[in-house]
Design a protein around this ligand. Structure first.
Ligand code: ZN
Length: 298
């Protein structure tokens, strides 16, 4: 497989529009290509950018792995078992969160991946649709689930509006987050909500693992956020931040994967994830490995 990335676009921070970035660290694509990338930090707002950033046509090659789609869902062993446990817990947790935001919500899962959440919401009788660029990802979903899913381009161009739109670990994959968030804002009904889950590079596990932190996931993750960065970004786009939820399972998933990348035993991942979660629990800012931010239209 050939990987090739050309740097074409000028660097402008999507959050604060600043044009000066400075190198922070070098990280590898441990998952697939083994290529090296740089993390460049915005001099004003601290947003990180993967450099070079593969274009929208180039990035497809970096997802060409069955493992990436399923994240090892069919596999055996401690890692796969924990993954399945976390996945089932997450489906209920996400569905409950959406239901609590709005009774009878019309809901869009933007970047729905394998559409498990859409399936789960449909089984609860919820009014849900999805958008997903990877047609292979949704190919195994039942036909009534697939019927509710279109491409992100088609969704953004449609006139459909929603009470709740979510991006579950999606924003970090989007080339032009500012443009997409502004388009999604137009699709949210008055008093509607935007839910964004993203890795947090200010977490303890990110600092502990450094360049081996699995949630860098370069170059599939194009932009890297922290709580101090994402909240002002969304507020500048016309949203009010109303809540942040810690995602405790993510510390385990990311730490186990990070230990695997370092060629070390899985139990170390469980140990460091527990430390990371304990520190997040007693930290006022709750800087967990990944967090879900809930915003309301201003
Ligand atoms: Zn910036």
């Amino acid at each position: 497989m050939m990987f090739h990335v050309e740097q074409l676009a000028p660097m402008i921070c999507p959050s604060c529009q600043n044009k000066s970035f400075k190198p922070l660290m070098d990280v590898g694509d441990h998952f697939l290509s083994k290529e090296r990338f740089k993390l460049l930090q915005c001099g004003l707002c601290s947003l990180l950018r993967t450099d070079p950033m593969p274009s929208e046509t180039e990035i497809g090659a970096y997802y060409k792995s069955d493992q990436y789609l399923s994240h090892g869902a069919e596999r055996k062993g401690l890692f796969a078992s924990l993954y399945r446990l976390a996945k089932n817990h997450n489906l209920s947790w996400k569905t409950n969160l959406i239901s609590r935001l709005h009774n009878d919500a019309s809901y869009l899962d933007y970047g729905c991946g394998t559409a498990d959440l859409i399936s789960h919401c449909q089984s609860r009788g919820m009014n849900v649709r999805g958008a997903e660029p990877n047609s292979e990802a949704i190919s195994h979903a039942p036909s009534d689930v697939r019927a509710a899913i279109v491409s992100p381009k088609e969704e953004l161009e449609s006139i459909r509006t929603y009470d709740v739109i979510s991006l579950w670990h999606v924003l970090e994959h989007i080339h032009e987050p500012r443009e997409v968030l502004l388009k999604l804002k137009e699709k949210i009904n008055s008093s509607g909500h935007l839910v964004i889950a993203i890795p947090n590079y200010a977490s303890f596990d990110a600092k502990h693992y450094g360049a081996h932190w699995a949630a860098w996931d370069v170059p599939r993750h194009l932009w890297h956020y922290t709580p101090d960065q994402i909240i002002p970004f969304l507020e500048s786009l016309g949203f009010n931040h109303i809540d942040t939820k810690a995602m405790w399972f993510d510390a385990f998933y990311v730490s186990l994967l990070s230990e695997r990348y370092k060629g070390r035993p899985a139990f170390l991942g469980i140990f460091w994830a527990s430390i990371s979660n304990l520190r997040a629990l007693f930290n006022k800012k709750r800087t967990c490995s990944s967090q879900t931010y809930i915003f309301r239209l201003k």
